[in-house]
Design a protein around this ligand. Sequence first.
Ligand SMILES: Cc1cc2nc3c(=O)[nH]c(=O)nc-3n(C[C@H](O)[C@H](O)[C@H](O)COP(=O)(O)O)c2cc1C
Length: 640
Amino acid sequence: MKRKKLTFRLPEDLIEQIESRALATDRDRTAVVIELLRLGLETEEEESPQEGFKNLSQQIKAVDHKLAQLTQAVQLNSGELVSSQALISKDFCRSEKTIDHQTSYVASRLQSPTVIESDSINNYNTGDEFEQRRQSVLAAMIGQQARVFDQVLSAYPDPICVLDRLGRFTYVNYAIALLFQSEQNPMLGKNWQELDLPPELMKPLDTQRKRVLMSRRNATLEVEYTSYQGSYQYEYTLSPILDANNSVEAIICIARDITERNQVQTALRESEAKYRNLFESAHDSVFIIDAETQRVLNANWNAARRLGYTHAELLSLSARDIETPAAAESNCEIITQLQTKGSIVYESSYQHKNGTATPVEISSGVIEYEGRLAIQSFVREISKRKQAEEKLRLLELAVFHANDAIVITKVDSPEPLDPQIVYVNSGFTKMTGYQPEEIIGKTPRILQGEKTNSTQKFKIKQALSKRQPVKAELINYRQDGSEFWVSLDIVPFANQEGHYTHFVAVQREITEQKQWELELQYSEKMFRTAVENMLNCLGIYSAVRDESNQIVDFKVKHLNLATCVCNNLTQEEQIGCSFGQLFPTELFEQFCLVVETGRPLMRESLIGDHTHSNKFMSPNSELRAAKLGDGFVATWRCCD
Ligand SMILES: Cc1cc2nc3c(=O)[nH]c(=O)nc-3n(C[C@H](O)[C@H](O)[C@H](O)COP(=O)(O)O)c2cc1C
């Protein structure tokens, strides 16, 4: 074919399309223009079969070469293509099915035997015809393979592009176009520097690109890029594509989003640091013991200090060296439980370097430590707790067996002033007939009834609402309905934070005491009536003492009616009066003797001192006096 030179002026967008098509098919622009003209004019290419074959072979070779390099680069950077398809699902699930189908198509085609071989040579008139058919099928296959590969790479989640030696994009996948908010085709032919990347990204990328061009070796670098999608970290791998002369023809650039990986790594580092911190700063002793050999693989400083070893010494021991022989006996059972449950909490005892044993509580779990199965144990000394538990046990016993009834209620019961019983002792059961299981959860009000004094109930209610202690005496009813008197001593109890949580009541049956009191009241009443109604005068006097305990006076405490009549004075006028106002002074000494010695005084008659102007005491009165407390009671007959 004769070739002529023509000069056209084509529109810019057409030139761009021609250029990108030339880049995509690896031909020069003239070849693309000729092909397009031919297609437009529907003319056949006049080309000798040899030329056509040569061109085609070259194209096949070039495409094959690129495919091989791309495959290698993709596999090198991203592992198996098939496995990488799993990643695609996140952002590119729309194309997942197509990729699957097309990948298997490519795979089957790349494997041969090809379709051509199944096509019998007998169907063609000449060998040339067969060869032409073979070439066109091959060309179609390779074109198809290139398209499939383009789709696979486009569906790939990592940004992938190919740059020629001058840094122009000859291939970009969908991910990279998305990253730069563009389409794939418009990016082709553009120089990567036109992307307007920030200088901190531009500079290292350019350095690495130049290094790859010169060294023909892969280069990687990590960069952070903030796009409209947010800020991401990428690991860039630049791989050279070599031509037949082993010089770099292009660079394939694959970026992997490592934001998540970095975040995981940072979180891991932080978590490891936290663990180390926890391990060392833990107040408990922490041990890591090899599950198989029982050797101490690691322990914190507290563990060494408490057992009396240096840290290094402890790391040379085995679990058996730090357990008491008694604790070691239950080891097998503990290991079995650990194997089935994964973690357990149990009590044991550890042995100090000096041989003393300490009770401990251990919380153990199975972990992987430096590649082996290990048991991590947090150990807490519980000597104090054990002592407290023992004390508590004794106290509980004492409370339970106390003669008095003891009732504990919660403060925060559903109804605050109607507390629920949480504990009663055996004394309560003895007193009321209620078994603990019959009364726990109920209100103590269950014991009240018709004769329960409402003033006392109100007093209790008022005190409980103010969380104040209260004492009360009231009638309660046993389970069998019989009534009894009970004295209640209720005290609110606060927890360590100072919040009242419980009321504790000590209760005592006082039925007998109440009967005595009633009898006493009755006899007192009788006595008073008798005293008031007797004909003799009666007075009760209490001693007044000075600082040296000497009696200096007597004061009137009580005088009966007869005295008032005799003296012609009311009680009010006489109570509180001094001795001298009522008795002749010579009697003072005798009354003092009565009080100090306890000996009663009996005088037949008073020697009346007529010179004495005592208006209260008649001269012939009979006087009797007896000690009463720190005073005396005196009777005399009024002989007016
Ligand atoms: C710990 C505790 C024990 C109590 N034990 C009795 C009891 O044995 N007998 C009784 O009549 N009331 C007892 N009470 C008082 C009643 O439960 C109730 O608080 C009281 O009758 C005042 O409330 P009310 O007026 O609503 O009945 C007890 C209260 C508390 C907090």
